[in-house]
Design a protein around this ligand. Structure first.
Ligand SMILES: [Zn+2]
Length: 90
């Protein structure tokens, strides 16, 4: 469904919208190795998502001095929605 953009890429390539969907799993170390590689690959070439990840981490730290697993679902949803609202759906 549109994830096979460029021929010859070895790893799956996330769009920015897809990256937002998996970033919490990424930060929770819940992704498998190919998934992590794909996220890092996207971050390496996408300043917007890099900034988003920085903001996300900073917000998580500011909000909760507790393990990430305990970050409440509403907070995650809000962060995700805030990011999605910043850019047109790709
Ligand atoms: Zn991106």
């Amino acid at each position: 469904m549109g994830t096979e953009g460029k021929a010859g890429s070895v790893v799956k390539r996330f769009t920015c919208g897809e990256l937002v969907e998996v970033v919490t799993a990424y930060l929770d170390d819940a992704l498998d190795e190919p998934g992590r590689a794909a996220v890092e690959d996207h971050l390496a070439g996408c300043a917007d998502c890099g900034r988003y990840l920085d903001q996300y981490r900073a917000t998580v730290r500011a909000l909760a001095d507790q393990p990430r697993e305990q970050l409440s679902r509403p907070v995650r949803d809000r962060l995700t929605a805030a990011f999605k609202a910043r850019r047109p759906s790709a």
